[in-house]
Design a protein around this ligand. Structure first.
Ligand code: TRH
Length: 402
């Protein structure tokens, strides 16, 4: 392999970065906002490296967002290796690392647009790379039709394939690490492990078994005040776990506090709230496993809640012209499908209210929690039929590399 200066890629530079037996993969990620873009890319990168033995580089334009979920990252370094994955700060659109090495598999996450110099070099590479555009997750039916559709480049002899995550067989599936179910099972089996988790997360003991534990990861939400008031007035005890973030200010205002950051505690009526630190990405799963109901958002936490096999409420990423609402309903169609008619209607009302359509009614939804819990477990089994996204992607790439 020969390296070439960034802005002058030669034909020689456009060769494989990997030893013949190892698949080299470059993932390009532009952080639009929050943590989902890099959250998905980082999870995928680790799986491809650790479970498939690929040599992976991640090009990411926002190291600060990345460092929130990967504290081992040094935001001052342009290139570094973390957990066996090379991380390059993608600091300008035209940049693609100090040397231009073209991988066997190139993943353009969420249509972020590869640097033109990199695409040129891809076109000159002796064996053309497999080029995938990893799309956002949607549960809509059209996804299976568009998954893996090829799109020839208008100028170069390159073909890009659209890789669509989805909840149904025939789509790209969603990310799931091989050891995830075992990790959840050992957390659920061990009272000692759970007690240690509560001590670390809240500084206290696990709550009484009859309390309802709720995790709250959400965008700003006009329905929050009403829901907090309903929990305050609930006849059963509610333990609310709030990772610090966009909703923390509103929780603080409800309790009449100046802030509600990690380590905060507040009680009003039946509502006992704890502020939690935003953890390293793997640390988020135990929060979901420790809870009876999880409020999640965006894309990656939405997927993790499904693998946690616990009831959840999805705050979908809002789009212009309410384009997100059909996506919310498509997910509900699959997830709520086998619920009884009353439980299903209550869940729909609650999800809609949490997404700006109506007022959430805790008394309407709470009696169905046991049924939701049973459904959450069966749904995790159904979802697994779509396969793990990293495995599906690796399989497809290998067929193209033959
Ligand atoms: O942060 P999100 O809202 O992310 C996104 C982006 O907004 C993106 O632009 C949008 O297109 C996409 O959603 C749909 O929500 P998400 O996807 O759930 O990502 C959050 C990540 O943060 C996820 O990987 C879990 C992680 N996380 C931690 O690592 N530690 C924590 O303590 C918490 C609460 C979350």
């Amino acid at each position: 392999m020969t390296d070439a200066p960034q802005n002058a890629p030669s034909a020689e530079s456009a060769t494989s970065a990997a030893a013949p037996s190892t698949i080299a993969c470059d993932i390009f990620c532009s952080v639009i906002d929050n943590f989902g873009d890099i959250g998905v890319c980082w999870r995928l990168a680790r799986q491809l490296a650790h479970e498939h033995g690929w040599q992976v580089r991640v090009f990411v334009d926002d190291l600060h967002a990345f460092a929130k979920l990967c504290p081992a990252l040094d935001v001052a370094r342009a290139t570094q290796t973390v957990e066996g994955v090379v991380v390059e700060h993608w600091h300008e659109r035209a940049h693609a690392g100090d040397t231009l090495q073209i991988a066997d598999v190139v993943i353009e996450a969420f249509a972020c647009e590869l640097p033109p110099v990199y695409v040129m070099a891809m076109a000159r590479r002796e064996q053309r790379p497999v080029w995938l555009n990893l799309e956002y997750l949607s549960a809509e039916d059209w996804v299976a039709d568009f998954h893996l559709r090829p799109s020839p480049h208008p100028r170069y002899p390159l073909v890009k394939h659209f890789f669509f995550p989805g909840l149904q067989p025939g789509t790209g599936g969603v990310l799931k690490e091989r050891d995830l179910d075992a990790a959840r099972a050992s957390f659920e089996r061990s009272a000692k492990v759970r007690a240690a988790w509560w001590q670390r997360a809240t500084g206290g003991k696990p709550p009484a078994p009859d309390a309802t534990v709720i995790s709250l990861f959400a965008y700003e939400n006009a329905a929050l005040d009403s829901l907090l008031a309903q929990w305050r007035d609930s006849v059963t005890q509610i333990v609310l776990l709030v990772p610090q973030g966009r909703i923390s200010g509103a929780v603080a205002r409800f309790f009449g506090l100046p802030a509600f950051e990690a380590g905060a505690h507040a009680t009003l009526g039946a509502l006992h709230a704890h502020g939690l630190a935003f953890t390293e990405q793997r640390g988020y799963d135990p929060l979901l496993w420790a809870s009876d109901l999880n409020f999640v958002r965006g894309e990656d936490s939405f997927v993790r809640a499904q693998w946690a096999a616990r009831p959840f409420v999805w705050h979908i990423y809002p789009q212009a012209d309410d384009a997100h609402l059909p996506k919310l309903d498509a997910a509900l169609d699959h997830y709520a499908q086998s619920l009884s008619a009353t439980a299903r209607a209550a869940l729909e009302r609650f999800w809609h209210a949490w997404n700006g359509r109506g007022t959430p009614d805790w008394a309407d939804v709470a009696p169905h929690l046991p049924e939701f819990r049973a459904r959450a477990a069966s749904w995790a089994g159904e979802l697994a039929r779509a396969g793990d996204l990293a495995g599906n992607l690796a399989e497809f790439a290998k067929t193209q590399l033959k």
